[in-house]
Design a protein around this ligand. Structure first.
Ligand code: PMP
Ligand code: GLN
Length: 380
């Protein structure tokens, strides 16, 4: 049959996780923690199910969770969104990204994405009938090149998609990026989709430049986050979108017919958890920073060269001292022959930089898992 997504195969995350399983490799590929979710959250979920919170939630999310998100947003970013008009709970950040794109992008529209970018962005744009315009981030720092982004803007540009902290590199927007972004969008009708799923996984005292801090940006933005990343439960698939009332109204038109609502018991559990233990998200950076530092120190004893990681839970490594293979071939070889699974970067690009020799390792893992991987990587 004619396909609507001719460029799309099976996602690299599925491909590499399957290969890891087949070969018994230590899987540092697909990004997910291998440790437990907070005990209070499990208990709250269990209680919600036993108390009969098992039917459809309100389409926009249960009020207690939207209130908790509003309060947390104010605490973190000094701005309290309206829980009724501006916050929508979704089945993961993935659903929120799809809903936002489908809500505002139509045939002939252009959407600027910054490569490397998360692999669901372009298919969402394609299904909406739009066209992704790829602008590369700096190949070394993964910082946005604002003059190149400005040059990509045309009268057809409808949406700009950003991601900070960034998957796969961990790069984070600075205040200067926010200033350039604000100037770029001023006096245009371009919407902004800010993917902030790693908002609390930030290191070395850096500040997360959430779009929600900035009135001029947030009045045109969909800001997306995911409880999967913050609460070690990627399999629960609960996220949310914050957007001004008019944009939320359009967003909800899609959401209500896409999923209608999100897993009810988890909404009760997150509402309780966010209010009762703000320390969890406040200390998430410190929790992951210890893992990052330990893993990096170990990697420095191998032939892989770790790049800086300002945020997120991925470590990029340069493998050019080990192999001349392209990144997909290298990651297959590393899994099959060396027993460690990584994610290649080229699937995150329209056109990856020539000769780039980078792979992504996830350090959201117990020490034992990382130690087992390092033991194998020492033999490279
Ligand atoms: N955006 C980015 C940058 C991600 O890394 C992920 C998770 N891999 C998502 C969105 C999707 O999040 P969720 O699992 O909540 O759908
Ligand atoms: N976000 C995860 C990652 O980047 C993968 C999510 C998925 O498997 N679709 O590894």
């Amino acid at each position: 049959p004619e396909t609507k997504l001719p460029k799309v195969g099976t996602t690299i995350f599925t491909v590499m996780s399957q290969l890891a399983m087949e070969h018994g490799a230590v899987n540092l590929g697909q990004g997910f923690p291998d440790f437990d979710v907070p005990e209070r959250l499990v208990q709250a979920l269990d209680r919600a199910m036993r108390e009969g919170r098992n039917q459809y939630a309100p389409m926009t999310g249960i009020p207690a969770l939207r209130q908790a998100i509003a309060a947390k947003t104010e605490r973190c970013y000094g701005h309290r969104p309206d829980a009724d008009a501006e916050i929508t709970v979704t089945s993961g950040a993935s659903e929120a990204i799809f809903d936002a794109v489908l809500a505002v992008v139509g045939p002939g529209d252009e959407v600027i994405v910054l490569d490397p970018c998360y692999d669901c962005y372009e298919p969402a744009i394609d299904l909406a009938g739009g066209r992704a315009v790829h602008v590369p981030l700096d190949p070394h720092s993964f910082a946005p090149n604002w003059s190149r982004i400005r040059a990509a803007v045309t009268p057809k540009t409808r949406l700009l998609m950003i991601n900070t902290p960034h998957n796969p590199s961990g790069a984070m927007f600075g205040e200067d990026d926010i200033a350039r972004l604000t100037a770029l969008l001023r006096d245009t009708g371009i919407y902004l989709l800010s993917d902030e799923v790693y908002e609390h996984i930030i290191f070395d005292g850096r500040r997360h430049e959430s779009v929600l801090r900035y009135p001029e940006l947030r009045q045109r933005a969909f800001v997306v986050s995911s409880f999967g990343k913050t609460y070690h439960c990627t399999g629960w698939k609960v996220g949310y979108c914050v957007a001004p009332p008019a944009l939320s109204a359009e967003f909800r038109k899609v959401h209500q017919y896409n999923t209608f609502c999100t897993f009810t018991p988890a909404q009760f559990a997150f509402a309780e958890m966010i209010e009762a233990e703000p320390a969890h998200y406040e200390q998430l950076g410190a929790f992951y920073q210890a893992k990052r530092d330990r893993f990096r120190a170990q990697l420095l004893t191998t032939k892989l060269k770790p790049l800086p990681v300002p945020g997120g839970y991925f470590q990029l490594v340069d493998y050019s001292d080990v192999s001349d293979l392209d990144d997909i071939a290298f990651c297959r070889w590393l899994t099959i022959e060396k027993g460690v699974t990584a994610i290649p970067l080229s699937p995150f690009y329209e056109t990856a930089p020539q000769g780039q020799r980078l792979a992504r390792l996830c350090f959201a893992k117990n020490e034992g898992t990382l130690d087992a991987a390092v033991e194998r990587l020492l033999k490279l």
